[in-house]
Design a protein around this ligand. Structure first.
Ligand code: SF4
Length: 377
């Protein structure tokens, strides 16, 4: 049974989130927003799978123009991910139902403008157009001041950042917001969301394990976090993030609903023995920022090629773009982030080199062998 939740109810147009509303299941279009036809097809695939809300990334004025075209062709509830371009909110808000901003990205533009002012601007814009908002905090992009204050306590940093941004929105009288606090490690997702829920039991939570990777591991990681949180009454809307081909994106919704049904029926899955030991592959679920669709294939090839190292406690991150890729690979032992024609390979935060999609697996293998060798010698 999923216990009664104590959060307040907010609305994303007709969709209620929080309180006694059913837990909403959402996903994100992985296609380029500028490819209106492909994005509409993606929206329809997600709708057909039962998505309550669909997120789209917008990075430029061209994307906004395409978003307007997409809006004309679908009545689906749309949310937009602003990432670093917070000022695009004024152009985006007329076409969507919800806006997501990442507190860790607000410092990139207009560095001298205080963060509370930027948040007030977003709240005002959202309110003017009847949009809800999501404060989307991510462990891969912690705001610099929180990184400094909290050091290695990443869950403390992301939970406190979310609490502080709630206060900023409360301070300007904006109420229709949810919070998400994501990490690629389900154990940290559990801890951070619990810490937040203790501080702000009234605020609806969007749950997700980011960069969970490919099924089945991506589903297992997500399930671990959702079972622990939802069974304690924490979580009002969910997203399962999976690295799958565009046409299979409906799987995120199908898996999300299956997890909810299982928790509701008291069917908890035991975590496979030693699940957290050995090689961990994290991969982003892809979005409109992917510049080469070979990213998905590459993530699968990395998983296959590295099986020989399965018993080594190492993390390899595979990210789809240059916007979040460089930052979100910093904490991995080896990281790859994909550009239009080349893939950048990193060892921790250090650059190793840039390779074609065909070459990079060989270079990754050399780096992996060297890491394993260094650990055994
Ligand atoms: S890493 Fe880039 S491509 Fe992948 S989901 Fe994040 S923003 Fe999108």
């Amino acid at each position: 049974m999923i216990p009664e939740r104590k959060t307040r109810k907010i609305h994303v147009r007709h969709l209620a989130i929080g309180g006694d509303a059913p837990i909403a299941v959402q996903s994100m279009a992985a296609t380029r927003t500028r490819d209106v036809e492909a994005t509409l097809r993606q929206v329809r695939i997600l709708e057909a799978a039962g998505a309550d809300l669909i997120r789209i990334a917008v990075d430029s004025k061209e994307d906004v123009a395409c978003l307007a075209d997409i809006r004309k062709e679908t009545d689906a509830l749309l949310s937009v991910d602003l990432q670093e371009s917070y000022k695009l909110a004024t152009l985006v808000a007329p076409h969507v139902d919800k806006i997501r901003y990442n507190p860790g990205h607000l410092h990139h533009h207009e560095k001298d403008r205080p963060i509370p002012e930027k948040v007030a601007f977003l709240a005002e814009t959202a309110a003017e157009h009847g949009c809800a908002m999501r404060i989307g905090v991510n462990a891969g992009s912690i705001a610099p001041d929180y990184k400094e204050r909290f050091g290695d306590d990443h869950t403390g940093a992301i939970a406190q950042c979310a609490v502080d941004h709630c206060e900023l929105l409360d301070g300007v009288g904006f109420r229709d917001y949810v919070v998400s606090i994501k990490d690629s490690d389900p154990r940290l997702v559990i801890e951070a969301n619990q810490r937040f829920a203790e501080a702000r039991p009234d605020v609806p939570l969007h749950l997700g394990v980011t960069e969970a990777g490919m099924p089945p591991d991506g589903v297992i990681k997500t399930r671990i976090a959702f079972e622990q949180l939802l069974s304690r009454g924490i979580g009002d809307t969910i997203r399962v993030s999976l690295t799958v081909p565009f046409d299979d994106k409906g799987l995120e919704i199908v898996e999300g609903r299956a997890i909810l049904a299982d928790i509701e029926a008291g069917r908890f899955r035991s975590v496979p023995p030693n699940f957290f030991d050995g090689l961990n592959i994290i991969a982003c679920p892809s979005c409109s920022r992917v510049e080469n669709e070979r990213f998905i294939e590459l993530a699968e090839e990395v998983k296959e090629m590295t099986q020989y190292a399965a018993e080594h406690d190492l993390t390899i991150a595979v990210m789809g773009c240059r916007v979040n890729g460089p930052g979100e690979t910093d904490d991995a032992d080896l990281g790859l982030w994909c550009g239009p024609t080349r893939v950048n390979l990193k060892r921790g935060p250090e650059e190793v080199g840039s390779y074609t999609y065909d070459e990079v697996l060989g270079s990754l293998r050399k780096e992996l062998d060297a890491l394993i060798q260094a650990r055994v010698s």
